[in-house]
Every structure is written in C-alpha cells, then in structure tokens.
Design a protein around this ligand. Sequence first.
Ligand SMILES: Nc1ncnc2c1ncn2[C@@H]1O[C@H](COP(=O)(O)OP(=O)(O)OP(=O)(O)O)[C@@H](O)[C@H]1O
Length: 240
Amino acid sequence: MIEINQISKSFAGKDAVKDLDLSIPDGKIFGFLGPNGAGKSTTIKMMTGILPIDKGSIVMNGIDVSKDPIKAKLQFGYVPDRSDIFLRLKGIEYLNFIADVFEVSQDMRKEKIEYLTKSFGIYEALNDHIQTYSHGMRQKIVVSGVLLHDPDVWILDEPLTGLDPKSSYTLKEMMREHASRGKIVFFSTHVLEVVEQLCDEVAIINNGHVQFKGNMAEMKQQFAEDDNLERLFLELTQNE
Ligand SMILES: Nc1ncnc2c1ncn2[C@@H]1O[C@H](COP(=O)(O)OP(=O)(O)OP(=O)(O)O)[C@@H](O)[C@H]1O
C-alpha cells in the first residue's frame, strides 16, 4: 500500500503539487490521470525520492520514503517519462548493472533478461549501445530493467508513450499480471482511453490537486454530473 499524505511541492514560489492526498491499495492497477503540467511527474518524483517533499509524507509498504530512502527504493521499480539514461552502456551491460544493484542471481537474471527482451523485441539489440536505440527501444530496456528485479510496486511515468502496439500490449498484460499477484501498478498518463482500458482505480489531478478519485464506474458518473470534470474530460480526450 502507498499512502500519500498531504504532500506539496513548489518551484520558485509556484505550486506544482498542493496538499495532495492519495491512498493506493495493493492488488490494483492505479491510473494517475491529468493534462500536461498537472503535477503528475512532480508527484512521482517525490514518491521515488528524486525530489524532496516540501510538506507532507509518503509511506510505501510501511516505509517513509523521506526517512528511510534506501529501504523505500527496494520496494519499487520506476520507469521515468524520459528513458535517455546510461547511453554509453550496451543494453546487456545496463541490465546486468541493474541485476547487480538488486542482487538478482546469475541464473535468474539470464532467464529473465532473455524472456523480457524477447517479449519486447529487443533481444537482438542487447549488444548494441543504448545511444543507438530508438526512443521506444530505450523505453523497453528501462522497463525490462524494472521487471528484472521484480519489485512489489511498479511506478511508471507515461509508460506506453513511444511503445509500438505489440510492446504496449505486452506491457499491459504484464501490468495486469502483476496486480493480480496482489502487487501495485501505479502509472501516470494524460490519455483517458488508456485508463479506461487498464485501471481498477483512478485519480485525476489538475493544477496540483486531486480532483477525483474512485473506480471507473464512479469516474464516468462524475464526468456526467460535474461541469469542471466535464471540461477536464474534453481536455483529456483531445490528447488521444
Ligand atoms: N524543475 C522544475 N522547475 C520549475 N517548474 C517545474 C519543474 N518541474 C515541474 N515544474 C512545473 O510544475 C508543474 C507540474 O509539472 P509536472 O511535470 O509535474 O506535470 P505533469 O502532469 O507531469 O505534465 P506532463 O504530462 O506534461 O508530463 C508545471 O507547471 C511545471 O511547469
């Protein structure tokens, strides 16, 4: 379970996230939906310890991410919205590095690297440098790195952007499977359709505030009844 308690973050006096409260239960695919600039990435960066929290706290599986950052980092895997990392490493070197950090055994890593990279169609490129990869391939190698060490909590920032339809399907199936094992998949998107296809629960964020949280049926009902949400709905569907 992830508990986000009244967190705030501002940049140069301007609020990016303000008093945000969320509770993310185990065994769910949780969609974090909002238009560009809503505060999704800023929230995720606070969850993952990349940005310090100005106010409030985040507790992941009982561990406070600010007070016990190393232990908290063992709970989750994170796919950032930009996957331009470790460009000078070969794909296989990157995955072995991740496996070393998270102490994945030699036998296990060999099997998983082969399974994951074949599933995403990048197995043949493992001996090439990441800087030669396309955006989609970079995304896939980072996703493979996260799945390689099988963290309880997956935190994915716009994970489907840039993936081809087959890889997008594969990742969605993996997300469903992970949630069905009682684990958490938390992902952000600005595309309403993705949330409708995938999520058990959703929070809608706008201007750094949660405007709605609930299940899909409740979301549809709220969209129909609330003028503000209806306007937001139009903005979100225009992005599709
Ligand atoms: N490092 C920063 N410095 C200054 N302002 C920032 C910084 N990071 C984010 N912001 C501002 O905070 C607000 C929220 O940005 P954030 O990136 O969290 O939105 P988002 O919902 O992830 O958007 P997108 O869908 O475009 O990625 C925006 O107004 C953005 O300009």
